[in-house]
Design a protein around this ligand. Structure first.
Ligand code: SF4
Length: 367
């Protein structure tokens, strides 16, 4: 079990930390780890915003916030099953910036950078400061033309990188262009910014997310209840108060949220802040992330524990992005088993939230 939120006296940090030397200087890692972490940083980008740094309890060697953002030598231990493109975006990318995996929706990858770099990132081979920051004007025009030409595209998911690193002016241009496409009804924005850089959620940024006559949804990526501090909660309230519904997605991560108490506290905190838990992702097979992945049976046991103790409002769907680009599927746990047939009608055994087993339809009572 991981420690729940607790008050802490810490000098406010003002700079984004982008190198192991900066992490040592901020007393987040001991100097003797510098050389090992330099090797990791040469391979995968590092960035901790002041808001993230201030959430870290540096006296806790197992701090769940540090574990998500401070590099770890274990990242250099790749596993044979891991892949550079773990969810198969490339196989479904007809033009630059677009991933068209499901018929009625596309991803529009606007940027290749984030305010922070998560150690378990599923796009860690394609995001980072060494890449081109954002789609060029010509590539964006092509991507919009692709969407315009396909009336089956009902929803456009802005992702990246983190689209909320863009200026409100640039975001507004993109969202307005989508708003002018008759068949696009929904703009969905996937972001970690309200947690890791809440100061970016200004009134102007929120206005930039809205297009007349269309619905915008914001999906917050957050993994631990301590991430929802006062500033993050205020940023989310600014979005929701403007009329934009919020959902959440979390990644199940060993040493961060792989216990029922932490997951329950996270989901409850989200709902208390008017954010509906949407997805709990099983860790993707991104390179060098094996030390943070749970097994699927461990994940199912955790989700089963949530089912037994939390309101339905607090239940995300536990999903796996199938490697190779085959999309997301829910991965349980399952409660229903088929056991026999009663005449033409199948009969099932169903488990209740206390672990009791029942037949459905029930055996007819004797008269
Ligand atoms: S914010 Fe998302 S895209 Fe960016 S590093 Fe974290 S997981 Fe990857």
């Amino acid at each position: 079990m991981h420690p729940m939120p607790r008050p802490r006296q810490r000098k406010a940090t003002t700079k984004t930390l982008r190198t192991p030397a900066a992490l040592v200087a901020a007393a987040l890692v001991p100097a003797e780890r510098l050389a090992a972490l330099e090797l990791v940083a040469a391979r995968y980008a590092v960035s901790l915003t002041p808001d993230v740094t201030d959430l870290i309890h540096s006296d806790d060697p197992a701090d769940p916030i540090a574990r998500q953002f401070v590099p770890d030598p274990a990242e250099l231990d790749g596993k044979p099953e891991e892949r550079a493109d773990p969810i198969g975006d490339d196989a479904h990318s007809p033009v630059e910036g677009i991933v068209h995996r499901y018929p009625d929706r596309v991803l529009l990858k606007l940027v290749h950078i984030c305010p922070v770099y998560c150690r378990f990132c599923f796009r860690r081979e394609t995001v980072g400061p060494g890449r081109r920051r954002s789609l060029s004007r010509a590539a964006l025009d092509h991507a919009l033309a692709y969407i315009r030409a396909r009336p089956q595209i009902w929803e456009v998911i802005l992702t990246g990188g983190d689209p909320l690193v863009l200026s409100p002016r640039r975001l507004s241009e993109v969202v307005s262009a989508l708003g002018e496409i008759e068949h696009v009804k929904i703009a969905r924005v996937h972001t970690r910014v309200p947690v890791v850089a809440p100061g970016r959620i200004t009134a102007e940024a929120v206005r930039a997310l809205m297009a007349r006559g269309k619905a915008t949804y914001v999906v917050l990526h957050t993994n631990h209840p301590r991430e929802l501090g006062a500033r993050a909660r205020q940023a989310c309230a600014r979005i929701i108060d403007a009329g934009i519904p919020m959902l959440s997605q979390s990644v199940l991560l060993r040493g961060v949220n792989d216990d029922p108490e932490t997951l329950a506290a996270l989901m409850r905190s989200l709902v208390e802040n008017r954010i509906k838990p949407y997805y709990l992702h099983h860790g993707d097979l991104a390179p060098g992330t094996g030390h943070m992945r749970t097994t699927i049976p461990e994940g199912q046991a955790l989700v089963r524990a949530l089912h037994g103790r939390l309101s339905g409002l607090c239940q995300p769907a536990y999903v796996l992005d199938i490697p190779g680009g085959h999309g997301k599927s829910p991965i349980g746990p399952t409660y229903l088993g088929r056991i026999a047939s009663a005449g033409d009608e199948p009969r099932f055994e169903i488990e209740d939230f206390n672990g009791g087993h029942h037949l459905y339809p029930p055996v007819a009572a004797r008269r």
